[in-house]
Design a protein around this ligand. Structure first.
Ligand SMILES: Cc1cc2nc3c(=O)[nH]c(=O)nc-3n(C[C@H](O)[C@H](O)[C@H](O)COP(=O)(O)O)c2cc1C
Length: 711
């Protein structure tokens, strides 16, 4: 890429490009990082930051920014951008055209299976425009439901020329990068076509016997007709190297007995938190109980942890809040992975520090701490890197360069290319761990530090608190399904066994002995998913099938306590109506006795249930039960300003309930057009589905329709 004419050092400094991200589970972070790293290689004066660090890097002075932002919850921005949003809102409200000096590009990550597709990117774009900033490149919106890569790759390709028009790059570096890039491409083209000539479609024999992990079932037949592979992504640069640590230096190596948390937990709890109640802390596992019967299809556990040593959290939480748990990757999986990477057990347990290869390129955030605080490769892989998420195409492309056999190399290249999109989808559907992937390509042997930098960060897992603070402010209870399942690949050889998959956090929690201390942190309750305080007169409608009922147990506990505190009779309290559903009344009706007791005491005014697998006539899912009570529900919402809470699975239940509510509003509008302002002058007097969805959106902004949704 050519440098802009007459560029001087001053211009160069002025034309810094900030790559900024907001990410909940790591996708936006790693995509933003690879863009930043490529920009630096291309000679741009690039910086890379999480949005919440806006003060540290001086967001107000940034002139060119490339944002990568995901959407989480119910159209919410990721936790690590909450501070940024507050500042942006203030700036845009307080000052006219506060960001007129800013040129920006936005890549949004979302999923069309959720109801507010890429809402963070949309909101950011709108607010920046209102604040006078200029978009220098059209917004990209990538859909995780169909595969992010489709949009991400072409968006990034188009970014570079657009960026070159608004920001300069260092002439020397630009020329150098140009040369490297083209020689790489030529070498790759040669290798690819040679490889294809000798392509054998039967799997090469595996060399590793590190674990019982099975190779993935992928059909590479289509490669037979290819002359060359094209459209593979750029190879991300190697940015990290391992530096030996002298034995006397400080390390976070071994953990004290009874601690089940990242060995560097002290540095996390000590970090600067603008809201101290959000700082991670050690909590003690008190008890684990199974809520479902042994016959239930899913195992649901109720866990209680004690916060007794965490003064900063006491008094700062309410029913409806949620919190994060820092969970590790399975020990056997990490050991298997290190063995597969030919790292001996001794080497794996020795502290190392990670250094930058190129002083100008920062390490990814989750590895940066190991530059100054050594840790063992085992601990880094177990606590900092996500080894259970299906790989990105760039990772596959990078791994292709570490295969000793041409078949493996070509298949990985193909998987990463546009031509291999269908096989890449097959791979994603099998939810492979990194070890599964390496078993599928037996000659692939990347250096461990290369793998570390290619893996996304391991994100903490979130759970809703299912109790209220009034009686025990130093205890959190939470319920979850143990995530363990099998995938059977359709069309695969009959001899292929189902692929076994396990979640990261829940099987670990299940095995943890009582008394262990784990690292947790309260989450910001961005949606204000909370009960009204005291005995607020508004009716409360709660929709929580399965473990979605958890926060409502906290709500009901709070209501019971509020009634006692106010010396009120239950019949004086406003309505609390719960819609609960599960598979079987006998096997997975969570908190049944507790709910029935509250109902008999009048704390829970109404309880509507459904059981999808009991084979009875009648409603199957919560949205069907709601429809049975359509008139009452609509009247409560439209004439009594009822508060409507929905908690549970975002993709299925959250979307279906939203859709069912919109249909109910449409039907109700025919019977009671007077309840709908928008129908005052309309003819015919009937709400359209779009208008109904808009009304739900408005209630959501007004915090009357609150949703706590998760994957
Ligand atoms: C619990 C949860 C809620 C989500 N909610 C939304 C949403 O409301 N709208 C949307 O477009 N995408 C939603 N997504 C999809 C994510 O934005 C998408 O998977 C993205 O790749 C995540 O990027 P990240 O890892 O950087 O956070 C949700 C994903 C999860 C897991």
């Amino acid at each position: 890429m050519a440098a802009a004419p007459n560029s001087s050092a001053a211009d160069f400094a002025d034309s810094q490009v900030a790559f900024l991200y907001a990410s909940q589970t790591g996708n936006a972070e790693s995509i933003s990082y690879s863009m930043y790293e490529e920009a630096a290689k291309r000679g741009f004066n690039a910086k890379w930051h999480v949005l919440d660090d806006h003060e540290k890097f001086g967001f107000n002075e940034v002139r060119t920014a490339v944002f990568v932002v995901s959407t989480t919850g119910d159209g919410d921005p990721p936790d690590n951008s909450a501070r940024f949003w507050r500042v942006l809102r203030k700036a845009t409200r307080g000052k006219d055209r506060a960001y007129s000096h800013l040129r920006y590009a936005i890549l949004g990550l979302g999923d069309t299976n959720y109801s507010n597709f890429c809402n963070t990117a949309q909101r950011l774009d709108k607010q920046l425009l209102e604040a006078g900033a200029t978009a220098f490149y059209p917004k990209g919106l990538a859909d995780d439901g169909t595969g992010l890569e489709e949009v991400v790759e072409s968006w990034i390709e188009g970014l570079w020329p657009a960026l070159a028009r608004v920001a300069q790059c260092a002439p020397s570096l630009a020329a150098e990068t140009e040369a490297v890039a083209s020689s790489e491409i030529e070498a790759e083209a040669d290798a690819v076509s040679t490889g294809l000539k000798g392509l054998a479609l039967n799997s090469s024999t595996g060399t590793s016997n590190t674990s019982a992990h099975q190779p993935l079932v992928l059909n590479f037949q289509v490669m037979e007709s290819l002359k060359a592979i094209s459209g593979a992504p750029r190879v991300p640069s190697a940015v990290c190297k391992i530096a030996p640590v002298d034995s006397s230096s400080e390390s976070s190596a071994s953990l004290a007995e009874g601690l089940a948390c990242p060995p560097w937990h002290a540095s996390l709890t000590g970090e600067d938190w603008d809201d101290v109640s959000l700082a991670p802390f050690l909590a003690t596992l008190q008890s684990t109980a199974q809520l479902t019967s042994p016959e239930a299809l899913k195992r649901t556990l109720l866990v209680e942890i004690s916060l007794s040593a965490a003064d900063h959290v006491h008094g700062s939480w309410q029913a409806g809040d949620s919190f994060n748990i820092y969970a590790p990757n399975d020990e056997g999986l990490v050991a298997g992975l290190l063995e597969r990477l030919a790292v001996s057990p001794d080497e794996a347990r020795r502290p190392v520090s990670l250094r930058k290869r190129d002083a100008a390129i920062e390490l990814p955030t989750h590895l940066a701490r190991f530059a100054t605080a050594p840790a063992s490769l085992f601990d880094i892989l177990q606590w900092a890197c996500d080894v259970c998420t299906a790989p990105r195409k760039q990772t596959l492309r990078a791994l292709a360069d570490h295969c000793s056999e041409v078949t493996d190399r070509d298949r990985l290249l193909f998987l990463s290319s546009r031509q291999g999109a269908a096989v890449f989808d097959e791979l994603r559907c099998q939810a492979p761990t990194t070890l599964d992937l390496l078993h599928t390509f037996p000659s692939c042997l990347p250096p461990v530090e290369r793998l570390l930098e290619l893996l996304p960060p391991l994100a903490p897992r979130s759970y809703s608190i299912c109790n209220a603070p009034n009686t025990a402010s130093d205890t959190w209870r939470f319920a979850f399904n143990v995530v363990e399942y099998c995938i059977t690949v359709e069309g695969s050889d009959v001899s292929t066994l189902p692929l076994r998959r396990r979640g990261v956090c829940t099987p670990w929690l299940e095995r943890l002995p009582r008394g262990q201390r784990i690292l947790v942190a309260k989450r910001r309750n961005v949606n204000e998913f909370r009960m009204p305080t005291g005995l607020d007169a508004r009716p409360v409608i709660m929709v929580g099938p399965g473990t979605g009922v958890a926060p409502f147990i906290g709500f009901l506990e709070q209501r019971a306590q509020d009634l006692v505190a106010a010396g009120a009779q239950p019949q004086e309290a406003p309505l609390m109506w719960l819609f609960f559903g599960c598979r079987s009344r006998l096997h997975d009706y969570l908190f049944r006795s507790q709910l029935e007791q509250w109902q008999s005491e009048g704390v829970l005014t109404r309880l509507s249930t459904c059981f999808s697998r009991d084979g009875l006539d009648g409603p199957k899912y919560v949205q069907h039960t709601m429809a049975q009570h359509e008139d009452e529900l609509m009247s409560l919402l439209l004439t009594k300003s009822a508060l409507l809470y929905v908690c549970g699975d975002a993709k299925g239940m959250g979307r279906d309930v939203n859709d069912a509510l919109a249909d109910m509003l449409c039907r109700y509008s025919v019977k009671h057009p007077e309840c709908f302002d928008v129908l005052a002058d309309a003819d015919p007097k009937q709400l359209s589905k779009v208008q109904a969805l808009q009304l739900l959106m408005r209630w959501s902004t007004e915090r009357r329709y609150l949703r706590d949704l998760w994957a």
